[in-house]
Design a protein. Structure first.
Length: 289
């Protein structure tokens, strides 16, 4: 494969949430184009499924850091009082978190304590060698969370961070792009790397084959030398995911797309080579300014 080909990272989120999601991720890597996954330290299945990653040494592994969701934080309410609701859990979704943050009710020190504990679980308890950091529902687009994620990446010597963005119209899309530009400035100043192009936020949960091909073609039109497509595969029969998580993601459809020979042919035809965040960090070293 030509060295001039651009690097494509295909990363699956939510590893460790359920056994079915973990098995779907591993199949998408073994039989398809998936190159990387982000592990959820607060996921109910993380301790069990983290061991399965040893059988996939070529799969890049990052941390999917969580400050929201139905699964509880690692630390107690006393340790992170501004992050939790009355029942000691996280806010269920990003709007509630951002409303609290915008009102000044989130202490960045609490964010750092909890997210550091999550990295510690993945590295220390699970024995994972992390290639990158990202966040559940992209909360590191919010500047105070971005600052914490950058600090953690440097502390744990993790060289890369996801840079999500959006092509959506209207105020929401414009706001995401503005926040994304701020994250990029922070990463560059800290000597951290991220792909120059991204897809997956707008298409979350519905990257079936036509949508995946469309996203790939759009990334090909960019001038970026590296790109990420962020996806959410899983098994079709996963009652635990259906019962606990009401996201409506087409996980089985995404798995079908990722393992489709047509998609692999499209990746090759459009001039991409598959790789991981470790490849990105090795090939595009950044220096602090």
């Amino acid at each position: 494969m030509s060295a001039a080909r651009r690097l494509l990272i295909v990363n699956a989120d939510d590893y460790g949430l359920t056994d079915g999601i973990a098995r779907g991720v591993l199949r998408a890597h073994r039989d398809g184009v998936l190159t990387s996954t982000s592990v959820l330290a607060v996921g109910p299945a993380v301790r069990r499924t983290a061991r399965w990653l040893a059988d996939a040494p070529a799969l890049g592994v990052g941390a999917h850091l969580a400050l929201i969701g139905v699964d509880p934080p690692l630390l107690t309410r006393r340790e992170i009082p501004t992050l939790v609701t009355r029942d000691g859990g996280f806010p269920r979704e990003w709007r509630r978190f951002l409303a609290r943050a915008a009102a000044g009710r989130i202490d960045p020190a609490d964010v750092e304590r909890e997210l550091d504990a999550q990295v510690e679980r993945l590295v220390g308890e699970c024995g994972l060698n992390l290639t990158h950091l990202d966040t559940h529902q992209h909360l590191h687009l919010w500047p105070p969370v971005a600052d914490v994620v950058v600090a953690l990446a440097r502390r744990w010597r993790i060289g890369a961070v996801r840079l999500p963005s959006s092509r959506a119209g209207g105020p929401k899309g414009a706001g995401i792009r503005r926040l994304s530009a701020g994250v990029r400035r922070r990463l560059t100043a800290a000597g951290l790397v991220s792909p120059g192009a991204y897809a997956g936020l707008d298409e979350a949960g519905r990257l079936t084959l036509p949508t995946f091909r469309s996203a790939l073609e759009r990334l090909t039109e960019s001038s970026a030398t590296a790109a990420e497509i962020n996806c959410h595969p899983g098994e079709a029969a996963d009652p635990e995911a259906s019962a606990r998580y009401e996201w409506g993601f087409a996980r089985a459809g995404e798995l079908d797309a990722l393992t489709s020979p047509e998609l692999r042919d499209a990746v090759d035809h459009l001039g991409w080579r598959l790789g991981t965040y470790a490849d990105l960090a090795r090939e595009t070293p950044a220096e602090p300014r």
